[in-house]
Design a protein around this ligand. Structure first.
Ligand code: PGA
Length: 248
């Protein structure tokens, strides 16, 4: 079964109500004909205003993180139910910046992923190797560990989205080549077929992320195992529409 392409933006800690609303208002007509699923993951506090701005368009508003507990004494955190109050469907889990700066690890990624699935949110689970891990030839080992621990206890893998984001490509302007990205994502799918089964692994959408832009998206999207992109910097501009329209 063909997998539907999925282009997701990740605004990170950027934008305000005014600048975000302006961008979404301008993007709306440009993505009208999109055949792929489109989502913008935005800072939690912007979710209500951006949901309003995106109304009536192809753009779904997603979140950048969520906590695993249903509620409780977790100052500064956001629960699945709070996201669902605003109609959120997609939530990024385990982005490398959270792993790098906020103590996220495979165990917390696992807890967040299971909690998102339980609440019928679609986690976009991020995995990826650092430059030193790739140079040491450890890419497959690192990704395997991230998948085995991060997806431990997942029953239906088709319910989630994986984003393969080599850490050395994020925000650096240094994209993985089409072949590198394809080869690694093919490995991820093979690993999923061993952890789960071939049929389900073939239905999981796997995105590439890391300096994907209007110029390089066509080549990446033409790869057989790449189903979409997780876009950081280029999702803050109208270029995002060009990526969404990669097939035009
Ligand atoms: P980038 O970010 O497109 O700016 O490299 C991607 C990401 O961090 O998801």
């Amino acid at each position: 079964m063909a997998r539907k392409a999925f282009i997701a933006g990740n605004w990170k800690m950027n934008m305000t109500v005014a600048s975000g609303t302006k961008l979404i208002t301008e993007l709306k007509p440009l993505v009208k004909e999109a055949k792929c699923d489109v989502c913008l993951c935005v800072p939690a506090i912007l979710i209500p205003a951006m949901t309003k701005a995106a109304k009536g368009s192809k753009i779904k508003i997603g979140a950048e993180n969520m906590h695993w507990a249903a509620s409780g004494a977790y100052t500064g955190e956001i629960s699945a139910d709070m996201l669902k109050d605003y109609g959120v469907k997609y939530v990024i889990i385990g982005h490398s910046e959270r792993r790098q700066y906020f103590g996220e690890n495979n165990d917390t990624v696992n807890q967040r992923t299971l909690a998102a699935l339980k609440c019928e949110l679609t986690p976009i689970v991020c995995i990826g190797e650092t430059l030193s891990e790739r140079s040491a030839g450890d890419t497959e080992k690192v990704l395997s560990r991230q998948l085995e621990f991060g997806l431990h206890g997942v029953e239906d893998v088709k319910q989630l989205v994986i984003a393969y984001e080599p850490v050395w490509a994020i925000g650096t302007g240094q994209t993985a080549t089409d072949e590198q990205a394809q080869e690694t994502i093919k490995f991820i799918r093979k690993k999923l077929s061993k952890m789960f089964n071939v049929k389900d692994a073939n239905r999981v959408r796997i995105l590439y992320g890391g300096s994907m832009n209007a110029g390089n998206c066509k080549g990446l999207m033409a790869q057989p195992d790449i189903d979409g992109g997780l876009i950081g910097g280029a999702s803050l501009k109208l270029d995002f529409a060009k990526i969404v329209n990669f097939d035009k």
